[in-house]
Design a protein around this ligand. Structure first.
Ligand code: SF4
Length: 456
């Protein structure tokens, strides 16, 4: 059934809040968490060698700067820069592989950035083969790569397939030429169509596309047109992100003129149209910014209650530890997170000296572990099953979280959440505001100086 969304609700709930790809969220990681703490957390975790692994590789380089970008990137066309990076990356992979039980199975690999396909086909093959050499990668592993359609050659696609990639994620953002000029990211529909055809022909099993609403010069009509054109390209998943204009954090965003940004009402209309028109067809609104075809693994995992959420967004692989490689990347264990240095120089210094390049992290308290579990189940399952949560947490969930559950009443009053036998269920419209609901379980909100993007 299509979901219709009142713009009133969007305005009421649109406020700064975390995206909960982790809990505690990254602003609460501390530089007092040292490599020794991380080594200890890793060694404790190796005691369960049957626990599967997910690997993340961060390639920070891009040829040109998109003015809306909020990622950790290095703009460079110099091939020597990526050559040194690849050498250091292989060294870093070795540093971790020495510390991880060799019997552990890798069920998921994701390369993000920056632009992973900034690497040459030879470099892609070298890093990919090294991961396979150092880890036991399962034959049915989900191996995905973010791609920029500009400059993507057949050699890149062949190299990716050669080292096992089977999923692609393509950045589209918007097809309107006026919008593209205002964000310094120009590529036409024909190019993206050609890239999709080449990726499909090479045997990739699944394609995701990223769009952004709230960009300069976008209107509800122009964005609806982009959405129509993207739908014709037949991807399996769509991520439709809200543009976060934070020039105080990302100074290059000052290149975008605030007067050119759409009014919040128009932005709300764009989102309402995306949700209504995709769910009218064969798309499931997973939650947050993500949509998947009803037959896609993501939608199936959500129906089965096995969906997970981590730094790459939603994931089908449950019960895995994430080990990340590359500058700024974040690893996740059951009781700790660790982030690598965001400064390329500091990352090189540590890796080339044979040290883990950690900048900060956090060890989770028992309360953190409980709250993370509740937040993740809410964001993945779109419901809270009180008996199941009591059993999983080993406490009487409705009693321990009485105050937080009372704070959810306003979502029920607005028809975003409803009581079920034994729990609560997020309504179809409520999926849009699940981040706001998760915030009621966050014990860190208001602590420190953390600033977040807006929830809608
Ligand atoms: S290609 Fe992606 S990571 Fe690179 S600048 Fe553009 S948006 Fe940022």
């Amino acid at each position: 059934m299509p979901i219709s969304v009142h713009t009133d609700l969007i305005h009421r709930y649109d406020r700064p809040g975390p995206r909960y790809t982790s809990y505690p969220t990254a602003p609460h990681f501390s530089s007092e968490f040292t490599p020794v703490d991380w080594e200890l957390a890793m060694s404790e975790n190796n005691l369960t060698p049957d626990r599967d692994l997910s690997l993340y590789v961060h390639i920070p380089f891009c040829d040109t700067l998109c003015w809306f970008c909020g990622c950790t990137t290095i703009i460079s066309r110099r091939k020597e820069a990526s050559a040194r990076y690849v050498d250091a990356l292989l060294r870093e992979i070795d540093l971790y592989a020495e510390r991880i039980h060799p019997g552990r199975r890798v069920v998921q690999i994701h390369w993000g950035g920056g632009t992973p396909t900034h690497l040459s086909p030879e470099q892609i093959e070298r890093v990919g083969r090294h991961l396979h050499d150092r880890f036991r990668v399962s034959g049915d592993a989900e191996i995905s790569c973010e791609m920029d359609p500009r400059g993507l050659e057949n050699g890149h696609i062949e190299a990716l397939r050669l080292v096992g990639f089977n999923r692609a994620s393509i950045g589209v953002q918007d097809f309107n030429p006026v919008v593209q000029k205002a964000i310094n990211r120009i590529h036409d529909e024909a190019l993206v169509g050609d890239v999709v055809a080449r990726i499909r022909a090479a045997g990739f099993a699944s394609i995701n596309m990223d769009l952004i609403y709230g960009l300069p010069h976008q209107t509800p009509d122009s964005f609806a047109d982009t959405l129509d054109r993207v739908r014709r390209l037949n991807s399996d998943r769509l991520a439709v992100f809200s543009y976060a204009h934070v020039p105080w954090m990302m100074p290059h965003q000052k290149l975008i003129h605030e007067n050119d940004l759409p009014h919040p009402t128009d932005k709300a209309l764009m989102l309402a149209h995306v949700v209504a028109s995709l769910t009218e067809e064969d798309w499931t609104y997973i939650g947050m910014d993500h949509f998947a075809r009803s037959s896609d693994d993501l939608a199936v995992a959500q129906r089965n209650g096995t969906l997970q959420r981590n730094f790459q967004g939603y994931s089908t692989r449950s019960g895995v530890d994430i080990h990340a490689f590359g500058m700024s990347s974040i690893s996740q264990l059951p009781n700790a997170y660790a982030q690598h240095s965001k400064q390329l120089g500091a990352w090189y210094d540590a890796v080339e000296a044979g040290r883990l390049p950690l900048a900060k992290g956090v060890r989770l308290s028992p309360d953190d572990v409980q709250r993370r579990h509740v937040i993740m189940r809410l964001m993945c399952d779109m419901r809270l099953d009180f008996d199941a949560l009591s059993e999983q947490l080993g406490v009487a969930f409705p009693e321990v979280f009485r105050r937080e559950l009372a704070a959810l009443d306003m979502f029920m009053d607005d028809g975003l959440l409803e009581k079920t036998h034994g729990g609560l269920r997020v309504t179809d419209t409520g999926r849009l505001f699940v981040r706001n609901m998760a915030m009621t379980f966050d014990a860190y909100l208001g602590v420190g100086q953390a600033r977040y993007s807006r929830t809608v």
